[in-house]
Design a protein. Structure first.
Length: 337
């Protein structure tokens, strides 16, 4: 049995009281499978929205759950980075999965996820033609993903942040190596696609957040690996976004950035909302330096056959030069209020 970390007696009693009710235990069993919205839980448990919201509020206030906003939706997950969340996970894992009530809840959870995946796929089908057209202009995605993995290297990752996560593809590749993995995107519809893809890949514990890349909802230095993949060219102020991303990097951590090299494809501005037509190698290196990172890698990504496509793709890696000691990452990964 996995034991939660130590708590003061009064805190432990408050956590137990918050969890000690049938519906709340059912909610914890479901959230042990991954984050869910209030609407999801209402559909699965067959109870009213106010009642479900009250249960969630009590458990969040007791430190068992973490709440995040995504447009008009509120998503909840077990806060396994806090003592109350660790206790909640322990309680959820001690429940008998063969219990008829819990088994029925899991069946309805599967139906909710299937419906969510169908909705996400419908959205993506509407943009797939233009998406594929753009992808055909540069080196294949598998070559870019392989370059990212090579830049990350074989060492384990404690906390991973993927900015502009899109369909969640980078998280699919890297999240299995991370103790904690978080994806942020401004687009609710794309987050729905990412959530469906990650659930299909068995990665339902990955955190997805709707957020502003200029004002990220995390404490400074919370992540030892930050990925910014094909994001900067959409932004009015890419240097500012890079500074915010760099601020998330822990002492000794790394930031891997992938974007287009300079080009003259003006149609991308009008048809794909590109604000910048690529970035020079020296420009990103300079911005990394201004953000406090040492750029130790800047290379063009090529296909496995050596081709680079009409749109060149560049990869940069920046390292935080601060000495990495016994840095307690788990204490710094709380959201900014």
């Amino acid at each position: 049995m996995t034991r939660p970390s130590g708590q003061a007696l009064t805190t432990l009693l408050a956590s137990l009281r918050a969890a000690g009710e049938e519906t709340r235990l059912r909610i914890l069993a479901l959230l042990a499978e991954g984050e869910l919205s209030v609407s999801d839980l209402t559909d699965i448990l067959g109870q009213s929205q106010p009642r479900i919201s009250r249960h969630l509020k009590l458990m969040a206030e007791a430190g068992l759950l973490r709440r995040s906003r995504e447009g008009a939706f509120a998503f909840f997950r077990i806060d396994d980075g806090a003592p109350g969340g660790a206790l909640a996970l322990t309680l959820a894992r001690e429940l008998d999965p063969a219990d008829p009530i819990l088994a029925a809840d899991r069946e309805r959870l599967a139906s909710v996820r299937a419906a969510r995946a169908a909705t996400a796929q419908s959205y993506f089908a509407n943009v797939a033609r233009e998406w594929d057209r753009l992808r055909s202009l540069h080196v294949p995605d598998d070559a870019v993903e392989a370059a990212i993995e090579a830049a990350v290297g074989p060492q384990p990752v404690n906390a991973l942040l993927d900015l502009g996560t899109g369909t969640g593809r980078i998280l699919e590749r890297l999240a299995p190596r991370a103790s904690r993995a978080v994806g942020v995107d401004a687009n609710h519809a794309m987050l729905a696609v990412a959530r469906a893809n990650l659930e299909a890949a068995g990665l339902s514990r990955v955190e997805l957040r709707q957020g502003d890349i200029y004002a990220l909802p995390f404490a400074r230095g919370s992540f030892d690996l930050v990925i910014v993949h094909q994001v900067l060219h959409f932004l009015d102020d890419p240097a500012r976004a890079l500074r915010e991303a760099a601020a998330m990097v822990a002492p000794g951590g790394r930031l891997v950035l992938v974007d287009f090299a300079p080009h003259e494809m003006e149609f991308l501005r009008a048809e794909h909302a590109h604000r910048r037509l690529g970035f020079a190698r020296e420009q990103i290196i300079a911005w990394m330096g201004e953000a406090g990172l040492d750029c130790d890698l800047a290379e063009e990504v090529t296909a496995f056959d050596g081709g680079s496509g009409q749109l060149g793709v560049m990869l940069w890696r920046g390292r935080d030069p601060r000495v990495q000691g016994d840095f307690p990452l788990r204490q710094y990964d709380r959201e900014v209020a």
